[in-house]
Each structure stands twice: as C-alpha cells, then as structure tokens.
Design a protein around this ligand. Structure first.
Ligand SMILES: [Zn+2]
Length: 466
C-alpha cells in the first residue's frame, strides 16, 4: 500500500475483540491477572494489533485521525481557511508521513497545533506539519512538568524504558506495546519539537480557530500537564492519553512519579459528561457513535475509581500492598470490556502505585521496618531448606513444574550464596522469565521479562542484578 492510497477506515470492530478476550480470560484465573495460556496470550496480543493498524480514520466530516504512523495518534481538524493539528507524533519522519496522508483530505495551511500533554510521542514531529508557517501552539501552563520530576534517575529509567517497550527484542520476540506497535523508528526523537506559544489558563479556554469552535479543558491524569479538546459543534472529543483501548497505565514499570489516580478518574468522568459522538484517544482507534463513546468513557472513569476505592478500603483495613495487589480486581461488569483489558496498564501495579502514592514505601507491618539484608535472608532460607544443594533443587523443581514465579524467587536467594552454582541460578532465572513472558498478554510485563532474560543471557547485567 502506498502512502497516498491509505484507506479511510470506519472504526474498529471492538465487539469481536471483546468476545475473544472474554473467552481467553477464563483460562487464566489461577495465575496472575494478566497471565493465560501462551497461545491465548499471543492470540489476544495479535487481535489488539488492529487497534494501531496504520491508516487514516475519518472521525467526522472535518476530522481525521492518523493511527499507527508511530506509537501515538495525530489528528487534523479541517476549518474554513486552515487546519488544526492535535499532537504531532515522535519525530519528523513519522510526522512527515502522517502530514502527507492528511494532505489527501486537505492542503489548507496549519493554523494551530494543540499538544494534549508533553510526552515525547505526542510532541516531537511538529515542524513536519507546519513547513514555513508559524501557527499558534497551545499547551497547558504546567506543560513539561511531568518530565522534570525525577531527572536524577534518568539512567535507570532509560534502561527500564528499553525493557518496558521491548526496544531491543528480536522480531521473533516482539509482539507490540499494548497500545502501540513494536518496532517504531525512534532515532529522530523530538527533532521536530516546536515550543508552545499559547498557554491554556487553568480554568480552560474557549476559542475559534479557522472557523472551528474549540474548547480546551484541563485534565490531569497520566500527566498533570494534560488537557482534552472538545469540538462542541461536531461533538468530537480528543482525550490525549487519559483514554485508550486498554486498562490505563496508572503506573509505568519504567518508573514514574505518582500519577494522581483520582484526578485521572475525574478527568475521564468530565469527558463522559459531554456525551461525545466520537472519542479520539491518544493511542488506539477512535470510538464512534454517541452510545459507544460515552459508555466507554463512563466505564473507564468508573474502572479507575473502583481500583482506587478498593485499594483505599483495603489500606484502611490494615492490608499491605502485596496482599492488595492480588485482591483488587476490576468489577465483574467492566473487566471484559474491550477498552479495559489489561494490555498496557495493570490492576496489580496500579494498586501498588496507589499504596505508595498515598502512604510511601512502608506497609505498616513492623516486620518490614527493618527486614534482614538479602544475603543473610538467603543463608537462612538455605538452612531452612536443608542446605544450598536442597534449595537449588527446589529452584530447579519449580522451573520444571512451570511454577515460574517461585523459581524466580528461589533463584534470587540462591544468587547470594557463596557455595551455590550461581550460573545455574542465572540459567533458571532466564528460563523462568521466558516462561512467564509467554503467558503474559500485558505487553509491558511481557516485554520486560523477555528483555531482562536477554540481558542476563548476554552477560550485560552484573551478578547482583540477576
Ligand atoms: Zn502517548
């Protein structure tokens, strides 16, 4: 398919995907929430792929969204004497590709660019859309604040980012990134970024650009600099990354500051209250039709709120994060909705994030105030097992029984023991990680397990890291 002949698609068949997932999920109840049989995990991830298949979707008469040109979406609203671009992808290469595709539908000049938030996959390609024009560029007052919070730990965040997105996985190991395709070209990150020129005030903004009425609403969630865009006439809503087809990434395993879960739920609730006729997510396919779009947003807000409320109730009942991460579940009537399957975000990880976000690291149990150092604990585990040889046998036996999580936990003890076969422990850990990865339909978990296994195998990680 050439760039100029990209078809207009009419939206996603999300119902078919939902039914598939309902069938698939029942198989994995005995395991972690996002683990099922390997063939099922793969089938689910392959089905999710249709959410970011490359093409331009016509959302309304004058609204077009380019999906799958990079990790995120970019949209064009056609006005009387110009167009408005919402989000600009990752860098000039992917943005040029999308801009060319948009030109099939309008070659009017770009009058404005709106950044829904400051994450790199939404802002890096602006220059490719504008040519030599100078459009107004809108963003919130807090634009960029999310990136600056924990700069001190950038080196490890980068290493973890590579794992979460599976950036170094082979084509055979790659599936996707949950709400984005794998294998995006990332070497021009941010090279087309143009800084904002118009600050959206904290109580929002109503304006008309190129004859199009536009409302901008402040909407903290994935980042605290987020905004959503509402076209009152067309009744189209651009949600940024506070909504996409997956349970939301309330915590990112690459490492993030606390994302305010309550704010996130409220922001999506405000979107639902507008009863949009179409919602354009920051990633994945637009959802069209008032009933479908409004229900999706309402459900999404409720799902986030439910995870938050269950966690808070558990915390106040004196439960710790390890227990709550296993207990908190999506409500029965929401868990199989196609836009709430845990392809990207994970309920157990969200629970842990809410716990530490509200209370910090301490779980309230005096045993964990000063736990044994790992090496001493490993020695005591070895004694308990009847010696290092016996502990090693237990580790191997767990792997043979495909009790992968237990194999990992035992390998993490064995690695500390001076009289242990550490090479064997490393090998067991690699195999257990690959076993877990095969069962995961949560893409960040799957990618992280596989990437870490490869790093262990290549000797990239020191003894202490395995
Ligand atoms: Zn994004």
């Amino acid at each position: 398919m050439t760039r100029n002949s990209l078809p207009i698609r009419l939206g996603t068949n999300s119902r078919a995907l939902g039914l598939l997932c309902i069938v698939a999920l029942t198989a994995g109840t005995a395991r972690a929430q996002t683990q099922v049989e390997p063939e099922t995990a793969l089938r689910m991830l392959n089905a999710q792929q249709q959410q970011f298949e490359k093409g331009v979707v016509q959302v309304a008469d004058n609204v077009f969204t380019a999906v799958g040109f990079h990790g995120a979406n970019t949209s064009m609203i056609v006005g009387t004497d110009g167009v408005i671009i919402i989000d600009t992808l990752f860098g000039p290469a992917s943005a040029t590709d999308a801009a060319e595709a948009f030109r099939q539908y309008s070659d009017k000049p770009v009058k404005a660019i709106l950044y829904t938030h400051s994450h790199g996959d939404h802002i890096g390609g602006a220059s490719a859309f504008v040519g030599d024009q100078q459009p107004d560029i809108y963003a919130t007052e807090r634009f960029g604040s999310a990136e600056g919070v924990n700069k001190a730990v950038d080196p490890i965040k980068l290493a973890r980012n590579v794992r979460q997105f599976g950036r170094k996985l082979s084509p055979a190991e790659s599936t996707n990134r949950g709400v984005a395709p794998a294998g995006t070209k990332d070497n021009d990150r941010g090279e087309g970024f143009l800084p904002p020129t118009v600050t959206v005030p904290n109580d929002g903004l109503k304006t008309t650009i190129a004859g199009v009425e536009i409302e901008i609403h402040i909407s903290p969630g994935e980042t605290d600099d987020a905004m959503f865009i509402w076209l009152p006439k067309e009744k189209v809503l651009f949600a940024g990354d506070n909504f996409y087809s997956s349970f939301p990434n309330l915590y990112a395993i690459r490492g993030t500051a606390y994302r305010d879960v309550l704010d996130w739920s409220e922001s999506v609730g405000k979107m639902a209250a507008l009863k949009p006729h179409a919602v354009v997510p920051g990633h994945t396919m637009p959802i069209k039709g008032q009933q479908a779009a409004t229900t999706a947003l309402k459900d999404y807000s409720e799902a986030i709120r439910s995870v938050y409320d269950q966690t808070v109730r558990g915390i106040n009942a004196g439960k710790g994060p390890d227990q709550l991460a296993h207990e908190v579940k999506l409500p029965e009537h929401l868990k199989d909705k196609p836009y709430l399957i845990q392809f990207y975000g994970s309920v157990p990880h969200a629970v842990r994030a809410i716990y530490s976000g509200l209370l910090g690291w301490y779980d309230g149990n005096p045993t964990t105030l000063n736990p044994l150092e790992p090496k001493l604990k490993a020695q005591k585990m070895s004694e308990l097992a009847g010696g290092t040889q016996k502990l090693t046998e237990q580790m191997q036996s767990a792997l043979t029984k495909q009790d992968y999580q237990w194999a990992l936990e035992l390998a993490d003890h064995v690695k500390w023991l001076d009289d242990a076969d550490r090479k064997l422990a490393r090998k067991v850990k690699i195999e257990a990680l690959r076993g877990l990865a095969a069962r995961e339909y949560n893409a960040p978990n799957r990618n992280y397990y596989l990437s870490y296994a490869n790093e262990l195998e290549s000797g990239q990680l020191s003894e202490l890291w395995f």
